[in-house]
Ligand binder design. Structure first.
Ligand code: CP
Length: 324
C-alpha cells in the first residue's frame, strides 16, 4: 500500500492488519510518555482545504506520537486565495522536503488526482474528499465496532463477519457512509442504510448493502447504529426536510434507542447536531461511542502512517523498544 485513497482499495487482510496495528498503537497512549521514534526525521504535511476538528487534530496527534515533523497547511490564509492550484500548492510543499501528504478537500477525487498525477512523489492519505471517501474514519469506526462487538483482545486478527450495522441519515452527501459501506462489506458485516428517499444516492442498488426507510423496524436487528449528520452545507434548501420532520422519522431519541438489542452501540462520526439526528440523551448515554471513536482515531491514524511510512520493522518491536 503506497497511498490510502479509498476504503474500497483495502483487502480484508489489509484492513485487519491496520486494525491489529492500531491495537499496538493504542498501548502507547496508555503510557506516561506517549511517543514512538518510528517517523523521526520524516516530515508530514496536513493539507486541509476544508474545515475539520477531529481529523486534522487526530492526524497531527498521530504524527507527533510517531515523532514526525508536522506542517499544518490550511487553505484559508494561504496563497490558494490568490488562485494557486492544488498542483502548485503540493509541489511547493514537496520542494520543502515533505515526505507524505494528508489531504482533505471539498472536491471528490482531489486526493486520487494528487496520488496518481505524478505531480509529487510523496504518499497521499485521504482525510476526506467531497462526498466520496473518508477511509481513516471508516477504519476507526471498524476498530471501535470490533473492540465493542468482538472484544479488545479477542478481536485481534478478526473481522466483523455477521455483525449487523445500520447507517442512518444523509447518505447522499456522506463520504463516511460510502467508506463504511465499502470497508464493512470487506470485513464481512451486513450493512443497512436508512434515509429519507431524497437523501439516498442514485445507484445505491449497486452498493453492497440493503436500503430501508423504516428505522423502527431495523433498530431491533442492529448490533451498531451509526447516525449521520445532515450536511446542509452541501445541499440545496429545496432538498432539506424540516428539522422537526427529520427528527421525528430519522432521529435517534431515548425511546427509539430502547428498541435496540441490549448489547448494541450508537455511533456518530461527528460533528453531531444534537436535537436533529441524535438527542442529547442518546449522545451522552453509555451506549454512545462518539468520544471513544475520537480516541481510537489517533491509534488508527498512527497505524496507517506507520504502515505507509514506517519501514520494515514491526510495530510490536517498536513499541517494545520504547517500553525497555
Ligand atoms: N468525522 C470528521 O471527519 O470530523 P471532522 O470534520 O471534524 O474532521
Amino acid at each position: 500500500m503506497r497511498h490510502l485513497i479509498s476504503a474500497a482499495d483495502l483487502t480484508r487482510d489489509d484492513a485487519v492488519q491496520i486494525l491489529d496495528t492500531a491495537e499496538e498503537m493504542a498501548r502507547v497512549a496508555d503510557r506516561p510518555i506517549k511517543k514512538l521514534p518510528t517517523l523521526r526525521g520524516r516530515t508530514i504535511c496536513n493539507l486541509f482545504f476544508e474545515d475539520s476538528t477531529r481529523t486534522r487534530i487526530s492526524f497531527e496527534a498521530a504524527e507527533k506520537r510517531l515523532s514526525a515533523d508536522v506542517i499544518n497547511f490550511a487553505a484559508k490564509g494561504s496563497s490558494v486565495s490568490k488562485g494557486e492550484s492544488l498542483k502548485d500548492t503540493a509541489q511547493t510543499l514537496e520542494a520543502m522536503g515533505v515526505d507524505a501528504v494528508v489531504i482533505r478537500h471539498s472536491a471528490s477525487g482531489a486526493p486520487y488526482r494528487l496520488a496518481t498525477s505524478g505531480w509529487i512523489d510523496a504518499p497521499v492519505i485521504n482525510a476526506g474528499d467531497g462526498t466520496h471517501q473518508h477511509p481513516t474514519q471508516a477504519l476507526l469506526d471498524a476498530f471501535t465496532m470490533r473492540r465493542r462487538l468482538v472484544g479488545r483482545d479477542a478481536g485481534l486478527g478478526q473481522d466483523l463477519a455477521g455483525k449487523r450495522i445500520t447507517l442512518v441519515g444523509d447518505v447522499l452527501h456522506s463520504r463516511v457512509a460510502r467508506s463504511n459501506v465499502d470497508l464493512l462489506h470487506t470485513l464481512g458485516a451486513e450493512v443497512t442504510l436508512v434515509a429519507p428517499p431524497t437523501l439516498v444516492p442514485v445507484g445505491v442498488e449497486t452498493w453492497p448493502c440493503d436500503v430501508s426507510y423504516d428505522l423502527d423496524g431495523v433498530l431491533p436487528k442492529s448490533d451498531a447504529v451509526m447516525m449521520l449528520r445532515v450536511q446542509r452545507e452541501r445541499m440545496n434548501a429545496a432538498f432539506f426536510p424540516t428539522e422537526r420532520e427529520y427528527s421525528r422519522r430519522y432521529g435517534l431519541d431515548g425511546e427509539r434507542m430502547a428498541k435496540m438489542p441490549e448489547h448494541a452501540i450508537v455511533m456518530h462520526p461527528g460533528p453531531m447536531v444534537r436535537g436533529m439526528e441524535i438527542t442529547a440523551e442518546v449522545a451522552d448515554s453509555d451506549r454512545c461511542t462518539v468520544v471513544e471513536q475520537v480516541t481510537n482515531g489517533v491509534s488508527v491514524r498512527m497505524a496507517v502512517l506507520y504502515l505507509l511510512l514506517g519501514g520494515n520493522e514491526s510495530a510490536v518491536s517498536h513499541t517494545r523498544t520504547e517500553e525497555n
